[in-house]
Design a binder for this molecule. Sequence first.
Ligand code: IDP
Ligand code: MG
Length: 139
Amino acid sequence: MKERTLAIIKPDGVSQRLIGEVIRRLEASDFRILNLKMVRLSRQEAEGFYAIHRERPFFQSLTAFMCEGPIVVLLLEAEEAIQRLRTLMGATDPAKADTGTIRRDFGSSVERNVIHGSDSSASAQFEISFFFDESKNSR
Ligand code: IDP
Ligand code: MG
């Protein structure tokens, strides 16, 4: 089934000049980019986006990290997009991620792991509408 999901190239990915490489991998694996933008999150926006992790010990550090520089937000569409994006990304901790995944190849720590991807259809819905006005998404 065709699905939509949200990916973010995190500040460490942008600063390592990985925008092109990440997008190349996404397109090579049949993701269609329906929309994208570069933004700089305020602390409040980062906290809103990651509200589900509010009680986690890494919340302050994570939200500070997500604000340290620009990010690239991508609205993606593909067959099984949610699961396939997670597979391309690899495990949260780059050291534990499979060979050939984005996080394994470019991540530097469990926090600085280059890319975000929605983990379920509920989170994809929330995350897409957090960043994009759905009535304006093109194909
Ligand atoms: P995910 O990005 O693989 O879905 P989550 O558990 O949803 O992982 O965590 C969200 C983000 O928070 C991670 O991508 C990573 O940047 C950061 N994070 C997760 N666990 C830790 C941790 O134990 N220490 C520091 N940062 C973490
Ligand atoms: Mg997650």
